[in-house]
Design a binder for this molecule. Structure first.
Ligand SMILES: NC(=O)C1=CN([C@@H]2O[C@H](COP(=O)(O)OP(=O)(O)OC[C@H]3O[C@@H](n4cnc5c(N)ncnc54)[C@H](O)[C@@H]3O)[C@@H](O)[C@H]2O)C=CC1
Ligand SMILES: O=C([O-])CC(=O)C(=O)O
Length: 329
């Protein structure tokens, strides 16, 4: 193997998403079957031992593409030279915690991580924030990395995108690969808007093909938007393998490009497209090529979609105002 390994930093490596994610990164699913990787795991001191256990298991898989694993409890070291940073570790909401407390606790994680990325990451670094509230955590990290282009900070709505594909494929009785141009707009939260008005099923408009407004409003949209809570209710723990799989998809698509004639959903920094205030990290339809993303332009947005996009974007603006008030951005 002659290629230089790509440095991939994963935070929250000992958590449940970390456990589902690391083995797929090491086996070549993140970047490609010919790209060697070097893992840099970041955990809090109390969880370093568990991360060491996972690293032992990674060794035991004898993955040909895995050229090394380093474990850190210091963000500055974990992000040194990193090319791909997966920010998974976050402070979960616990009983009695207000939204402001949650944002503040996460600010304490994502501010220093943004600073560490700014100080030490490789010039081509790409960042995916998975830890919730993902869009606003990404905004916090990005605002503390002034030397890194803002477009390198993204947040994950690919799980929502994949959930929408799965629900639509069941309704229409088609395979997920028959569906193109699905879009998630806004925040990774219950206000998100999964939009099938521009989606296509075997080349035909998806909303017209399904032709069921009651299903769209009262089944599809709430099922996708509240799927995270439904998984917690059923499993007793939040989505882990599906979240890890979506993180793999997000980075793989960003690096390797979207297929001709379709797009994906990523939460990226807004340039004002579709009336989303500049600077918010909001989910859009995007195409990717040569490691860069672009927001799909020119889609017609009717009143039904406009109201739903605005509601989710307003929530993002409120989160931004709250973290600004706390001095986190
Ligand atoms: N964007 C999305 O679609 C999804 C996001 N999530 C979010 O992903 C996050 C992780 O989920 P799980 O792995 O299930 O949680 P988990 O609680 O199993 O693991 C989180 C890990 O992060 C670590 N951690 C905490 N603070 C850290 C820090 N400052 N630096 C490094 N590591 C730190 C913890 O020690 C723990 O091992 C949660 O915030 C969850 O809500 C989960 C599913 C989907
Ligand atoms: O709600 C959670 O903590 C997990 C999550 O983001 C999801 O499954 O979409």
């Amino acid at each position: 193997m002659t290629r230089t390994p790509v440095n991939v930093t994963v935070t929250g490596a000992a958590g449940q998403i970390g456990y589902a994610l690391l083995f797929r990164i090491a086996s070549g699913h993140l970047l490609g079957a010919d790209v060697p990787v070097r893992l840099r795991l970041l955990e809090i001191p109390q969880a370093v031992k568990a991360a060491e256990g996972t690293a032992m298991e990674l060794d035991d898989c004898a993955f040909p593409l895995l050229s090394g694993i380093d474990i850190f409890d210091d963000a500055a070291k974990a992000f040194e030279g990193t090319n791909v940073a997966l920010l998974v570790g976050a402070r979960p909401r616990t009983k009695g915690m207000e939204r402001g407390d949650l944002l503040e606790a996460n600010g304490g994680i994502f501010k220093p991580q943004g600073e560490a990325i700014n100080a030490g990451a490789a010039d081509d670094v790409k960042v995916l924030v998975v830890g919730n509230p993902a869009n606003t955590n990404a905004l916090i990290a990005q605002s503390h990395a002034p030397d890194v282009p803002a477009e390198r900070f993204t947040a994950m709505t690919r799980l929502d995108h994949n959930r929408a594909l799965a629900q639509l494929s069941k309704k229409a009785g088609v395979s997920v690969s028959d569906i193109k141009k699905m879009t998630i707009w806004g925040n990774h939260s219950a206000t998100q808007y999964p939009d099938i008005f521009h989606a296509e099923i075997n080349g035909k408009n998806a909303a017209e093909t399904v032709n069921d407004q009651n299903w769209l409003e009262n089944d599809f949209i709430p099922t996708v938007a509240k799927r995270g809570a439904a998984i917690i209710e059923a499993r007793g723990a939040s989505s882990a393998a599906s979240a890890a799989s979506a993180a793999i998809d997000h980075v793989h698509t960003w690096v390797n490009g979207t297929a001709e004639g379709t797009w994906t959903s990523m939460a990226v920094v807004s340039d004002g497209s579709y009336g989303v205030p500049e600077g918010l990290i909001s989910s859009f339809p995007v195409t990717t090529k040569d490691g860069k993303w672009e927001i799909v332009q020119g889609l017609e947005i009717d009143d039904f979609s406009r109201a739903r996009i605005d509601a989710s974007v307003n929530e993002l603006a409120e989160e931004r105002d709250a973290v600004r008030k706390l001095g986190l951005i």
